[in-house]
Design a protein around this ligand. Structure first.
Ligand SMILES: C[S@@+](CC[C@H](N)C(=O)[O-])C[C@H]1O[C@@H](n2cnc3c(N)ncnc32)[C@H](O)[C@@H]1O
Length: 309
């Protein structure tokens, strides 16, 4: 059963990450051979009821040849990424949100990768998530938190770990499902928070009220105005991958970053897990279910300090 589970994980992802190292399963706690087989294993986002894929004709790409360069004067993907990095409040240099080794530069800013509409090839430095997982991980049972995910090799800080895949559902649907999951005592629901979109709405508001003073938007992916307030949630209960087993910690070693690739609709990025710090082989991979927690705050989610390990 365990080997079958490992095999299914590998077969269901072999097209989108052919070079990914295998994911293993281990259980030193009890006799269960593998986690409950209650979900379809995939790295993709499945669109739920009332959630439509964005219009692919609106996908904007660059005209670069070969790989995009951070010193390019013409790469439109570089300019788009830079627009969002400027929200940082400082003046970051013109750059992608990845360095030459494929590590994220700003973990708290969205990533706009090159996509299917771009002229650049697969070697482009701005294609990291779409190349797939590079580090081996293990799904293992823990004494007090159910199943969890452990690094099988050292993983450098700011590295891509995996896509938080699942069903993309509406906020309303998520509320209905949350009530059911509370009964089971386990939840795999995560709201995609995109604070940076608020700036776009603020600008649109100003455009409407002072149209002469604002420069026209140069090729920004479009949002439907009536959908401005909708929030999407990823539910990994029935559909997902190994990332659904990452447990919560208020001093986590991973964090979620929104990554825009082939979906032109700004509200539907891939939530992706990246390491926040260097991780040693054998360490449990965790992230904060409630976002960053300051030192003065107390984690209300789980008493992590008591329940760790
Ligand atoms: C996204 S799942 C994580 C995988 C889960 N452990 C499993 O076995 O499927 C979230 C659930 O894991 C458990 N969990 C996650 N972090 C925990 C923690 N720090 N302490 C106790 N339980 C935790 C809770 O039951 C929570 O609803």
């Amino acid at each position: 059963m365990r080997q079958l589970f490992e095999h299914v994980m590998s077969v269901n992802t072999m097209h989108d990450e052919p070079d990914a190292p295998p994911i293993t399963v281990d259980n030193k706690i009890n006799d269960d051979p593998c986690p409950p087989w209650e979900f379809y294993y995939t790295n993709k986002l499945f669109y739920g009821q009332n959630v439509k894929r964005g219009d692919s004709a609106k996908l904007k790409g660059c005209d670069c040849v070969g790989g995009c360069r951070p010193d390019s004067k013409t790469c439109s993907c570089l300019r788009r990424q830079h627009r969002y990095l400027r929200l940082h409040g400082e003046s970051p240099p013109l750059q992608f949100n990845y360095d030459q080794n494929g590590r994220v530069i700003y973990l708290d800013y969205p990533i706009f990768e090159c996509n299917d509409a771009c002229g650049c090839d697969e070697s482009c430095m701005n294609r990291v998530v779409q190349r797939g997982r590079q580090f081996p991980v293990e799904i293992a049972n823990t004494r007090k938190k159910g199943w969890g995910v452990f690094a099988k090799s050292d993983i450098p800080a700011h590295s891509f770990v995996g896509v938080y895949s699942g069903e993309l559902i509406t906020d309303r649907e998520a509320h209905a499902r949350a009530a059911l999951y509370d009964l089971v005592g386990r939840t795999y629901l995560f709201a995609i928070e995109m604070w940076y979109l608020k700036n776009i709405f603020r600008r649109r508001y100003r455009e409407r009220h002072r149209p002469d003073t604002i420069a026209p938007d140069d090729g920004e992916p479009q949002l439907d105005d009536e959908k401005q307030s909708s929030i999407f949630v990823v539910d990994a209960f029935h559909v997902g991958n190994f990332t659904r087993f990452l447990n919560h910690c208020c001093e986590p070693n991973c964090t979620l970053v929104t990554v825009h690739i082939n979906e032109p609709h700004l509200y539907k990025p891939y939530p992706c897990l990246f390491t926040e710090k260097d991780v040693k082989a054998g360490e449990e991979l965790t992230f904060s279910y409630c976002g960053p927690i300051s030192e003065e705050e107390v984690c209300l989610f789980f008493p992590c300090s008591v329940l760790l390990s």
